[in-house]
Design a protein around this ligand. Structure first.
Ligand SMILES: C[S@@+](CC[C@H](N)C(=O)[O-])C[C@H]1O[C@@H](n2cnc3c(N)ncnc32)[C@H](O)[C@@H]1O
Length: 628
């Protein structure tokens, strides 16, 4: 039996309380806490409800709320201004508010120069500016959505038609504006649509809401962009596999979009240089000689089975990007639990890497007995020089090793010119070789080495041409500093034109191989030291006016300590090679504006190199020279 209400103080409205969400509209909250005879007093679990007064009520002794029942039998409970409840009955026990945890959205705090960081700090604000919108106009009430199933249903899992894709993100995803489903008249949402491109009009399915944007799957292209040429798509996994974004584009358009990525990177991350007219026009992107069949390393993987005893061979391949459907009529995708797609072949891989993938998949299928763990399979090309003098095709760089086919035969690919024999190595710790311009580079299979051999000769030539090394007169002295040198690619490639070079690299293994490669190629004028790039400056005794510097840092770029020391050293020329044009732009902005000698430099040129055709990636090469 319910105990009757003894008192309701006038401060509180006995009408059902409604919670206001941050969009300003009311809807019934989930947690009904107290029941009165004249109405329902409602507050949410954490007591953040819209309760403006204090209510003292007798709590039903048969309340279904266990907390209240236990703690406040025969007593009264107060709802204070914050919606918190306190018992003050004769048991003198204070009832705790029911513990209903409110879900809180996780804060997204990515590195500013990573794709998500670029999206949040630059691409979305720019889009809003171009469409006269404020951040408030597109902000989603994520905390409310997470705590309310009705609201969640309104926001997520919905089809939106006639979405016009406005631009590409730096990650190669389409970006658009759509009406906010809860307040379509007044508010909008920024939506990310992988595989859609600027100019497409599409149907999408929104599947998740974040504070500043929503993510969606591309369902249908109702009106293709004039630049879209789906007939160019060569891979049956394109449009679901997360590896490629640009297969539907003519190659010349891929290069243009990559040029635009660099333009944006400098606009976003070098605003002072941009505004002061201190940047050159971004050059055309240098094409890759091979647009498919170029990748000398792939790392397909598989996930652990949810049921550890299951012996079904898992999907082996690459991650899928959502669950798009726009190509489902072309490629019926095998149902894949988890996010890894079953990929039999990857056509951006070199011939021997593709063969290795086939071999390793077959091997796993034949031997798989269930596993609690997933794994990554390394597929790395190993290139051995064939002795041009030998009629039997003897090798010069040691024996062949690597992935075998199902008959146990080592798979070998011989290049058409007969110069090289290639295998696919799967052992992470094996030593492999690569040959660039006749120079042999050995390195450990899972350590860094550039992945597109076909473009390396033109990259090395471009870097070398821009170092201002004048080797026409042998009495000229030219010095080279190779920061982040890996296993010596640039130093050793340019060694013949310089008096002396010094490379620095943090990976002990890579340095060990840089030294070995120097010996293998009978090069004597290159030194290598292991350590952080800053360590370099205490070791350099090269004359600064005759020294050029190559920088080729990892994605995060250089740190400020290094850039300050570089500026103090004051070399005649700097060529900055980067796989992340955003951190490159940030570093160049810092170097020119915020280091001691930065003001004495100018940016001579910036252009991209297409190391990864069919994908959004672009390598940037920027050249800095001293003004005098
Ligand atoms: C993009 S790779 C370039 C390697 C080489 N230039 C090449 O083309 O083969 C970047 C290299 O920087 C190295 N590295 C990362 N952080 C470093 C640091 N603080 N100081 C020196 N080297 C670093 C990595 O080990 C990696 O080999």
């Amino acid at each position: 039996m319910k105990t009757p209400i003894t008192e309701i103080q006038p401060q509180i409205d006995a009408q059902p309380l409604k919670r206001k969400n941050s969009l300003g509209s009311s809807y019934p909250p989930k947690n009904i806490i107290l029941t009165t005879s004249n109405g329902t007093v409602v507050a949410n679990g954490k007591g953040t409800g819209n309760v403006n007064g204090v209510a003292t009520v007798t709590v039903a002794s048969d309340s279904t709320d266990k907390n209240l029942k236990d703690k406040t039998a025969n007593g009264t409970a107060e709802v204070n201004g914050n919606g918190k409840q306190m018992a003050n009955g004769n048991g003198n026990k204070r009832a705790k508010a029911p513990r209903v945890r409110r879900k809180k959205a996780k804060k997204e705090n990515p590195d500013a120069t990573a794709p998500k960081g670029v999206l949040l700090t630059h691409e979305i604000p720019e889009l809003l500016k171009q469409h006269n919108l404020t951040m408030e106009d597109i902000t989603n009430p994520l905390n409310d959505i997470l705590n309310d199933e009705n609201l969640k249903a309104i926001y997520n899992d919905r089809l939106v038609e006639n979405v016009k894709i406005l631009k590409y993100t730096s990650n190669g995803d389409g970006l658009a504006l759509i009406p906010n489903p809860h307040q379509p008249e007044t508010k909008k949402q920024v939506v990310i649509v992988p595989f859609a491109m600027p100019g497409d009009i599409v149907t999408i399915k929104v599947f998740i809401t974040k504070v500043q944007y929503v993510e969606s799957d591309l369902i249908k292209i109702t009106e293709p962009s004039p630049q879209r040429h789906d007939e160019l798509i060569r891979c049956k996994y394109f449009g679901s596999c997360s590896g490629c974004q640009y297969q539907q584009l003519h190659y010349s358009d891929q290069l243009k979009f990559k040029q635009a990525t660099i333009v944006n990177a400098y606009k976003f991350f070098a605003p002072r240089l941009s505004q002061n007219g201190q940047l050159p026009i971004i050059g055309e992107t240098m094409p890759s000689p091979l647009q498919y069949g170029y990748r000398s390393k792939l790392t397909p993987h598989y996930e652990a089975h949810r049921n550890a005893d299951a012996t079904t061979v898992p999907n082996i391949g690459f991650g899928s990007k959502g669950r798009p459907q726009f190509r489902s009529d072309v490629v019926p995708l095998r149902d894949y639990p988890g996010s890894v797609m079953d990929i039999e072949d990857c056509i951006i891989g070199t011939p021997i890497i593709r063969q290795g993938m086939k071999n390793e998949r077959a091997k796993l299928a034949a031997t798989y007995k269930g596993s609690k763990k997933g794994a990554t399979i390394l597929l790395r090309e190993d290139t051995k020089l064939v002795d041009p003098e030998s009629e039997t095709g003897e090798l010069l760089d040691g024996p062949l090793k690597g992935s075998k086919d199902i008959n146990g035969e080592l798979s070998v690919y011989k290049t058409e010119d007969g110069k090289f024999a290639k295998t696919c190595v799967t052992d992470n710790n094996a030593t492999v070789s690569e040959n660039v311009n006749g120079i042999r580079f050995d390195f450990v299979a899972n350590e860094f080495f550039q992945n597109n051999n076909s473009i390396l000769p033109s990259v090395i030539k471009y870097v070398s041409d821009n170092l201002s090394i004048d080797s026409s007169d042998p009495t000229n002295e030219n010095y080279l500093v190779d920061a982040y040198c890996g296993s010596g690619l640039f130093s050793l490639s340019i060694a013949k034109d310089v008096t002396k070079s010094l490379g620095v690299e943090i990976s002990a293994k890579s340095i060990q191989f840089a030294k070995l490669n120097k010996g293998l190629n009978k090069i004597t004028n290159c030194d290598f030291i292991e350590g952080k790039a800053e360590k370099l400056f205490s070791k350099i005794d090269f004359p600064r006016d005759k020294t050029s510097v190559i920088l080729d840092p990892p994605r995060k770029g250089c740190d400020e300590v290094f850039l300050k020391q570089l500026s103090e050293f004051y070399p005649r020329k700097i060529v900055y090679v980067s796989c992340n044009v955003h951190s490159q732009a940030r570093d160049i902005e810092f170097f020119l504006n915020d280091t001691e000698n930065g003001k004495h430099y100018e940016v001579e040129s910036i252009r991209g190199f297409d190391f990864f055709p069919q994908t959004h990636h672009v390598e940037g090469v920027a050249v800095l020279k001293r003004k005098a």
